[in-house]
Design a protein around this ligand. Structure first.
Ligand code: KE4
Length: 426
């Protein structure tokens, strides 16, 4: 494969965009090659500016569950474009979208649209603090909830001590009220709440972790969080920016039968356009301005183009049989990868929930960040490059997800797992 055009664009990009990218992971830093620049995409395929074609398993980090540029979304967007692209005023489509989300996601009685997952989680934390009058909140190591200050926090030393900034620019004050605990460790949560329960406004969790690779909740973990939140009056927030409309139509809360107090959404609900959302119990949501005192706002919140795109995608996903088919495709992918690992005779730990999966290059069973971090990232980088050279586009990081979607044919999936068998045996 030739990558001259991408190389030229990357050089130009680096003179005007930090690192040449608008989001760090796109720079391919951890996989040892320069990034390719995309030209177009359709269905399961993406093409770079040098004309190279790839079967895509990144899916724009999750949104492209129907495949790229699905006709249903394109048709809806084309029609709306002629009617105007942004008003900063209420529209019918926003109501229809809110109705669709409320009808689909078990925890959501009311929902507020925003323009990114970061905005959704930042706002949900503020709302939980405003609702409870408490300042502290619990997150889990290895969970990523976007880049707002209070969420860019590493675990402090000791169990219940305060968080420490995980990046320059986040102040100690902003990190002070964030408590970071090990994922899947219910005892740690119980201990903190026993000590400080009356100070804790919320627990925010990825119900299936997708940002340390894919890590499943232990049996009883989500149910345990629900019970602890009920006991201590803590707001349970499921960050379903990845899992929403991915692992079930109603997200992980439907799949695992645990209903949070608030849910954050993003990615899929925008149909490829910038959308985030947070929603939940009316009693909590009604604390939001303009009806309540907790301020939150956004110029492009509920943007009509993004709304028609998101609604068209949700309507397609709501058709009978979609999640059975996603499960079938996910299972085919997993079976093929397990066979590839066995053929290669290597040690790897595979995880999957529905149409999101991960191959960790470790012999450990991955249950949290500590075990995820045992993965050999150098080995992942060479696997990524070998797959890339075979026309398979994976996430350029060990700590992301492999996404399969409705546009992937059995042939696409078999091509991927055959390439993996070669790449792992090389
Ligand atoms: P955005 O602000 O990137 O729309 O969403 C933040 C976010 C919140 N919650 C979860 C569970 C998320 O996974 C994300 C963003 N995910 C990453 C990839 N895993 C986005 C990719 C990127 O940063 O470029």
């Amino acid at each position: 494969m030739r990558h001259e055009a991408s190389a030229r664009l990357f050089e130009a990009a680096k003179t005007v965009i930090p690192g040449g990218v608008n989001s760090p992971v796109r720079a391919f830093s951890s996989v040892g090659i320069e990034p390719v620049f995309y030209d177009r995409a359709k269905g399961s395929r993406v093409w770079d500016v040098d004309g190279n074609e790839y079967i895509d398993f990144v899916a724009s980090w999750g949104p492209m569950i129907l495949g790229h540029a699905p006709d249903a979304v394109l048709d809806a967007v084309r029609e709306q474009l002629e009617r105007g692209t942004s008003f900063g005023a209420p529209t019918e489509i926003e109501v229809r979208m809110a109705e669709a989300v409320a009808r689909t996601v078990p925890s959501i009685e009311e929902v507020r649209m925003v323009s990114s997952g970061t905005e959704a989680t930042m706002s949900a934390i503020r709302l939980a603090r405003g609702y409870t009058g408490r300042d502290a909140f619990i997150k889990f190591e290895g969970n990523y909830h976007g880049h707002s200050d209070a969420l860019l926090v590493a675990a402090g030393s000791g169990l219940a001590t305060l968080g420490i900034p995980s990046t320059p620019g986040v102040t100690e004050g902003a990190a002070r009220d964030t408590i970071v605990l090990p994922y899947n460790d219910l005892d740690a949560v119980a201990d903190v709440l026993e000590q400080r329960g009356e100070e804790v406004a919320a627990i925010i969790v990825e119900p299936v972790a997708g940002n340390m690779g894919v890590v499943l909740p232990r049996d009883g973990f989500l149910q345990g969080l629900r019970a602890l939140c009920d006991t201590y009056g803590v707001v349970l927030i499921f960050d379903e920016v990845i899992t929403g409309f991915r692992v079930a139509l109603g997200g992980a809360q439907e799949r695992f039968g645990v209903t949070p107090d608030l849910t954050t959404l993003g990615k899929i609900i925008g149909g490829g356009f910038p959308v985030g959302a947070f929603g939940g119990k009316r009693e909590i949501m009604e604390r939001l301005a303009p009806v309540g005192p907790v301020y939150q706002a956004g110029t492009l919140s509920g943007n009509p183009i993004a709304m028609v795109a998101g609604l068209a995608l949700i309507e397609e996903l709501s058709k009978p049989g979609v999640y059975d088919e996603l499960e079938r495709k996910g299972a085919r992918l997993e079976a093929g990868l397990r066979s590839a690992v066995e053929t290669a005779g290597i040690e790897a730990h595979l995880t999957r929930v529905g149409a999101m999966a991960c191959m960790f290059f470790t012999a450990e069973t991955v249950v949290d960040w500590t075990t995820a971090a045992t993965a050999d990232t150098g080995r992942y980088a060479s696997y990524f490059r070998a797959m890339f050279d075979r026309g398979i586009m994976l996430a350029p990081s060990q700590f992301e997800a492999t996404f399969v979607g409705m546009a992937h044919t059995d042939e696409d999936i078999d091509a991927m797992t055959s390439a993996a068998a070669e790449a792992l045996s090389a």
